[in-house]
Structure formats: C-alpha cells, structure tokens
Design a protein around this ligand. Sequence first.
Ligand code: HAM
Length: 424
Amino acid sequence: MNIHIPRGTQDILPGEVEKWQLIEKKARELCEKFQYKEIRTPIFEHTELFLRSVGDTTDIVQKEMYTFQDKGDRSLTLRPEGTASTVRSFVENKMFGYADQPVKLFYMGPMFRYERPQAGRYRQFVQFGVEALGSADPAIDAEVIALAMSIYQSLGLKQLKLIVNSLGDKESRQAHKDALINHFKPRIEEFCSDCQNRLEKNPMRILDCKKDREHELMKSAPSILDFLNEDSKKYFDKVQKYLTDLDIKFEVDPNLVRGLDYYNHTAFEIMSESEGFGAITTLCGGGRYNGLVEELGGPETPGIGFAFSVERFIAALGAEKIDLQMDEGIDCYLVSLGEEAKDYTVGLLHKLRREGFSAERDYLDRKIKTQFKAADRLKAKYVAVLGEDELKANKINLKSMETGEQKEVPLDSFVEEFKSIVKH
Ligand code: HAM
C-alpha cells in the first residue's frame, strides 16, 4: 500500500522552499526594524485556551479544531492560530511586568484547522504573526498595519487592498448586538441553522455568513459604525488619521467582522486584488483584542496583532507574476578525473566551504562532460578541473563560467588564490 500525504497538507520541496525562506527572512528583518521580538510557543495547548479566547461559537472552535485526549486523559488541541498561545504565555511569564512596554512579539510556525481544503485553504498552514501587548495608543494600531503592509511590499506585491473597521468597545458592541437581534429575529427562520444558533449568542457573526450573504436583511442590517460611542469613534478616527499620515491607503468596511471572538475596536484585513488570485482573497487578518489578557487571567492589558499565512503570500506572488530571484548559484564546482585527483578534491572541497564558499563535487564517478553539466545545473560561477597531470604538476585549472576565461593556479595555494579572485 502506498501511503500518501494527508489531505490539506503539503510537502515544500527544494526549489519551492527558498521562497518560504525568503518570506521568513524579510518578515524577520522588518520585525527587527520595528522592534518585535520572536516568541516560540508549543504546537499544542489545553483545549480550554481556545474555547476561552477564540470563542466557543466560532467556526474554528465548533468545527475546525484538531482536538485529542492524551494518555493522561487531558484534552489538548493543535493550535489553530497564534494569538491565544502568545497571550497565554504573556500572562504565564508575567511579561506585563517587563520594564519595556508595550511587549512586541512575533511568531512563525504551523497552525492546524480542519477546513475543507481548496486553493489557499489548508489543514496545516504556516502563520507569521505579531502581537503588541500593553498599549492602547492608536499609533500602535497604525504601526502593526504598517508592518504587515511593509512585509508584503518588501517582496514586490502591489495589488493589495487594506480594509479596516471598528468593532467598538464593550458598550458599543452591546448596543449593536441588540440592534442586530431586533433586525434579524422576526425572520430568523429564513436563515441557515448556523445563523439561527448565532442570533442570541453572537449575532455579528451572521453578517459573515457565506450561505445567507444575498438575503435582503443582510444589506439593510444595522452598521456597527452607527453604534460607536464617543470613545470608540475617537479611537477609530485617530487610527485612520495615522494611516493617512503614513500614506497607507485603506477602505472602511463596516461589514468586516473577523471570524474570532476576541476582537474589539480596530479590525483589518489585507486582500489581494490580483486577477489570478483564487476565490479566497484575504491574505492577512488582524485587530485589537483589549480584554483577552484579563480573560486569560492577567491584568487589564490592551493588545493588537495580525497574522498571515505564508501559503497565501506565495499564491499572491504567483498571481502578480513576481519572480523571486533566489538561486544565485554556487561559487565553485570541482571537476576531477582519476582516482588520486578525486581523493584530493575531498579535502579541497571542505577547505573551500570552511572559507565560506558554496562548493560541490561529483559523488557518482561521472565523466568530465557530465560533471560540467552538473556544474551548469548548479549555476557554478567557477569550475576548477583537476586531472592526474595537474595533480602531478601541482596545478589546477580554474575556469570562470561567466567569461570563459581560464587560468592555471598552484594547487597548494588554490583556496588563497580563489579568495582573492572571488570576493564574497
Ligand atoms: P485569521 O483571520 O483566522 O486570524 O487568520 C489569519 C490569516 O491566516 C488569514 O488571513 C490567512 O492568511 C491565514 N489562514 C487562516 N486559515 C488558513 C488556512 N486554512 N489555510 C491557509 N491560510 C490560512 C488569526 O488567526 C488571528 N490570530 C490573527 C491575529 C493576530 N489577530 C490578532 N493578532
């Protein structure tokens, strides 16, 4: 029986993995500039963590979690997202006591959701995310959004649309919730069973329903923006002002609700507007979650963050036909002929590598011509040829593959010579 990869997962093979590394590298570099520090948390957590944070009426908790009992009969869950774990760790490690506030963190790693696999939707995917904890300054909202946009732009993505909304504070949300219940209740039986369940507990999620999207009551539903109290309105105005100051274009979309329960005030998504992009256009999502730290046992602490998947980032690069120039080629390929020469290249190769060069040799006892072909495939900048005659004469033939120029170099000082020719 052949064993296949599980549905909704993928192998990232050499040739493709370099794109992942480049995205990770750019994201790390920008986090360094914006002063976000890496945090690594476990892949699995107590199930309770996600019930309390993501919310027990959300699709993630209701349908998508990989939950299992371990041998000690504890209920554990493969993390579906990174905010809950980061906040748990913030509380557990008393980061609220750090001298430097806000605490600005980033993470990168696999997340798991039992979703119906399709283009851009996997059961295991890699999220890169940031969380800034400890500041309720709208400038940090703008900073977080600017960081997300900068990461996309650093790799050349242009066809992006940023949408923002405010979900308001507790008071504003309650007023909006009451208005939504009044709006939908008289005709709730015309909606799907999910929406019927959401009506009392979380009516805002009705606005995000894919099945009932076209229902006339959706279009006339009360907008959160009409229910923002003075403080929430002021906060949202400030976020918009800062985004404008930073030259970041955005659209306000009052229907942007987000699929997780912990949000309030600022919510945002970055979409791909590229034509070739699939049905799921959201690249990145985030928002503010004041109250979550308290919910998980910490002191009152505001927070905001975002996450995007590397999978969708790569799909967006493909849709915009951005060709990442990654394969620069190796510095030197050692071609050898005859047993003694081959023996000699074992040590020579290692010396080159110890000096910091990328280098390779033949391991299949191939003919000279085939070794040259291998050097071509590796895009070698130089090929050094060592045969029995050269070995006897203490020489090696160095050829630049770019210019075709050839040169005899003394074998015992080859690495020194190579260093002076190739500056790296
Ligand atoms: P989310 O909107 O559930 O938010 O996911 C954020 C991003 O993760 C999505 O925009 C998408 O790029 C990626 N993503 C989600 N599900 C999948 C999937 N099945 N396959 C591929 N990519 C996927 C969160 O996770 C929040 N924790 C974001 C956040 C951080 N909010 C505040 N801080």
